[in-house]
Write a new protein. Structure first.
Length: 373
């Protein structure tokens, strides 16, 4: 008999966790699972990629529309979840073998209100909460969030270091485990095509939402440092987000608009990764960066600021260059990679080797095991 699984996620916008959700859904065995996916907000560029076997529904049409705004105001000001709870329980009916909130914040908040409708409740964590506690905009207090996690039967983390960080931050007596995101190497390499770096000047590419945590402003200031040093480098930023206009304005102010190209959201981004001399991440916080793994999978050497993801996946410069968070440290790491063809070739080979350790088969085996203990 098929197991009934309900996934909850905030939306299917173009972020790493949302992409991980789609990758997982595309690798599930639908002969074994009957799957529903509930979006808190019916938005996102990945909606069209939801497999046809998945029943898709939503709680709200969009974030901060009138019903959501009114309900959140009541909760945050008075601690009353009545309107939020009515919405969740009206939309999420029936009984499931498992409910999985696949992202922190809103998904977990609503999951906590319907946990009695599943035999097993699982929360999935995709960020380093102590470093970037963005979920405070969803929960009224940290205690509310801690309590929601304590109600779960298991908490899954997308990296080992993220799990260790969470345990130091929130002491909740719930079984925990690490399951890496699905990395389908064959599919990534096939989608990347045969593009290879062949540019008059070096090309450096970043991929990620134009949001505060990704810190693309650092990359723009590094572009200015390259110009000041007389270095010719072309920077490409793949992604969209709320900070697009401020970032473009910063390019104008620093006179690097001709050096930094905003490519918008591209699906898939792999051809841009593969055709780059260097892939760069300047994030303040990353729990298990898909794009680092994807860049290594297509053989592009990586420079990344020190985050949980960089520490775990690049292993302190073994598989890529890990830098500090200052503009000067990022510039120095990038300069080192660009100036040394042999080093780039070394990290290209190391990255390909590291990518082989992220097996989609192993990830799906671990997912199945969540329901067998």
């Amino acid at each position: 008999m098929k197991k009934k699984i309900l996934f909850l996620i905030n939306s299917l916008a173009g972020g790493g966790a949302e992409k991980a959700m789609i990758d997982l859904l595309q690798h599930l065995d639908y002969a074994r699972y009957e799957v529903s996916l509930c979006l808190v907000f019916r938005t996102g560029c990945y909606i069209q990629d939801v497999p046809p076997q998945v029943r898709l529904f939503h709680l709200y049409e969009q974030e901060r529309n009138f019903p959501h705004r009114k309900s959140m105001k009541l909760y945050r000001r008075q601690g009353c979840r009545l309107l939020l709870r009515l919405c969740a329980r009206w939309k999420i009916r029936g009984h499931y073998d498992a409910i999985i909130s696949f992202l922190e914040g809103d998904a977990l908040l609503f999951h906590d209100m319907v946990r009695d409708r599943a035999e097993r409740n699982i929360a999935w964590v995709h960020c380093d909460l102590p470093a970037f506690h963005w979920t405070r905009r969803a929960f009224r207090t940290d205690d509310d969030e801690r309590t929601a996690y304590s109600h779960m039967d298991r908490i899954v983390f997308c990296s080992r270091l993220t799990m260790e960080s969470f345990e130091r931050f929130y002491d909740v007596p719930v079984p925990k485990c690490c399951i890496y995101n699905v990395i389908d190497l064959e599919q990534i390499r096939r989608a990347a095509g045969d593009a290879a770096p062949a540019h008059a000047i070096p090309v450096v590419t970043a991929v990620g939402s134009l949001s505060e945590v990704k810190c693309h402003d650092r990359l723009i200031r590094v572009a200015r440092m390259c110009r000041d040093a007389g270095r010719k480098v072309h920077f490409r930023i793949v992604g969209t987000g709320a900070l697009e206009a401020p970032l473009k304005q910063l390019c104008k102010e620093l006179d690097v608009s001709d050096m930094v190209e905003f490519l918008g959201f591209r699906k898939p981004p792999y051809p841009f990764m593969k055709s780059s001399d260097v892939f760069i991440s300047t994030s303040r916080s990353e729990a298990a960066s898909l794009v680092l793994c994807e860049a290594m999978a297509v053989g592009t050497p990586v420079v990344a600021t020190r985050t949980m993801a960089a520490e775990e996946f690049l292993e302190d410069n073994r598989y890529g260059i890990v830098t500090g968070h200052s503009d000067e440290e990022i510039y120095e790491g990038l300069q080192r990679m660009l100036d040394d063809p042999q080093l780039r070739d070394h990290y290209r080979k190391q990255g390909l080797q590291r990518a082989e350790q992220f097996s989609s088969v192993r990830t799906m085996q671990q997912f199945d095991e969540l329901f067998n203990d």
